[in-house]
Design a protein around this ligand. Structure first.
Ligand code: KDG
Ligand code: MG
Length: 402
């Protein structure tokens, strides 16, 4: 069998997605996600100009060799654009291999380690009352784990606050929206939010919170310590992790579990965090880090240090990533949790899939492959729309981490 054609499909059913379709000379095809929020066309160009011409005529069964060819062979290694392009190829190849075997992808990875995949949803509100109500709505929908984000009094456009729907999309304008940040107000507010949530919902529900890179290591340590009584499932991205060593300081001061890694794209971004046992959950996902082939290596390293997985699953990762991630989650021995932000109904229609949500869990389907397809004629009805992620500045105008 040979790869006979490769095509990139860009569609925007509510938001932009980049999908790779690899076809074989025997009629089988596989699809992979290559979406990079706000930088979609950079990955399209990388795939079209540098990756796809090298794939035609290759044996699709040689997943590992093609991965090494695209990673080592590029000379310029890593980075979000390269690793997303590699991920799209890798996932499409696993899809083909599993379809050829007539098996759901989790069977090829080693089979089931669990019956269902625990997920967390995103509750958010413009203020404390609205956020408490939003968490209640997620619990009513059956969620057992909920991420809570709230508007902060005195902070314009705090991270993670949606506009009253289940689908929060931060890439809201062609050019970046500017938001203003105030750390003191945030640090005073967050413990009050979790006081209210625990008082209202008790300890049964798992609660999570995303700092979205806004704090320094010492501020993060202070927040982690102040949230210890609220028994969070995790505190996410408490400080930027380019310097992995920074987490040592946070770790020394708090027992609140730490999660990081949605922006990582290789094992090298988290090697010290894992080996130093500086985190509890690794957030890297299939599309972010070179596909199933590389994510598996990260998970295996993490398992040695009792670090568990918590794959990124925001709506800017397409249903193809969600499908592949659910097969990975069904197999991976050191599974922690899976993020699950619901896609719009338009997106779900463009990407027919066989995974399903029930009472706080997602279930990978049993059809051969990763179980997600693309309806190309429907996709063509939603043309690409430029959209950027926001930026954050401190109140004096200094650029900050969004
Ligand atoms: O594109 C950026 C989003 O994926 C990110 O803001 C979502 O932080 C996020 C999360 O935890 O889902
Ligand atoms: Mg996050």
């Amino acid at each position: 069998m040979k790869i006979s054609a490769a095509r990139v499909i860009v569609t925007s059913p509510g938001r932009n997605f980049v999908t790779l379709k690899l076809q074989t000379d025997e009629g089988l095809y596989g699809i992979g996600d290559a979406t990079l929020n706000g930088r979609e066309l950079a990955v399209v160009a990388y795939l079209n100009d540098h990756v796809l011409p090298c794939l035609i005529g290759r044996d699709p069964a040689r997943i590992e060799d093609i991965w090494q060819f695209l990673y080592r062979g590029a000379y310029w290694r890593r980075g979000p654009v390269t690793m997303r392009a590699i991920a799209a190829v890798d996932v499409a190849l696993w899809d083909i291999k599993a379809k050829l075997a007539g098996m759901p992808l989790y069977q090829l990875l080693g089979g089931r380690s669990r019956e269902r995949v625990l997920v967390y949803g995103h509750a958010n509100g413009e203020d404390l009352d609205a956020t408490v109500d939003a968490v209640g709505r997620y619990i009513d929908m059956g969620y057992r784990a909920v991420r809570a984000q709230s508007g902060v009094p005195g902070v314009t456009l705090a991270y993670g606050v949606g506009r009253g729907t289940l689908n929060y999309e931060p890439a809201d304008a062609a050019l970046p929206t500017e938001t203003a940040w105030n750390t003191s107000r945030y640090l005073d507010f967050v413990p009050r939010l979790f006081d209210r949530l625990r008082a209202r919902f008790g300890n049964e529900v798992e609660l999570l919170h995303d700092v979205h890179h806004r704090l320094t290591p010492m501020e993060a340590a202070r927040l982690g310590r102040s949230l210890e009584p609220h028994r969070l499932f995790w505190l996410e991205d408490a400080t930027p992790a380019e310097n992995q060593e920074a987490f040592r300081l946070i770790r020394a001061h708090t027992t609140t579990p730490l999660a990081v890694g949605e922006v990582f794209n290789s094992i090298w971004d988290c090697k010290d965090l894992i080996q130093g046992q500086l985190i509890d959950y690794i957030r890297t996902t299939v599309v972010g880090a070179g596909g199933i082939t590389h994510l598996r290596r990260i998970a295996d390293l993490a398992a040695l240090y009792q670090v568990r997985t918590g794959c990124h699953g925001a709506t800017d990762l397409s249903p193809v990533t969600m499908g592949a991630a659910l097969h990975f989650d069904t197999w991976v021995p050191n599974f922690g949790i899976q993020e699950y932000m619901r896609h719009t109904s338009e997106t779900d229609a463009v990407f027919p899939h066989d995974y399903r949500f029930e009472r706080g869990y997602l279930f990978a389907g049993d059809s051969p492959g990763h179980g997600v397809d693309i309806d190309e004629s429907l996709a063509a009805r939603f043309p690409y729309k430029p959209a950027s992620l926001p930026i954050a500045r401190l109140e004096d105008g200094t650029m900050w981490n969004w």
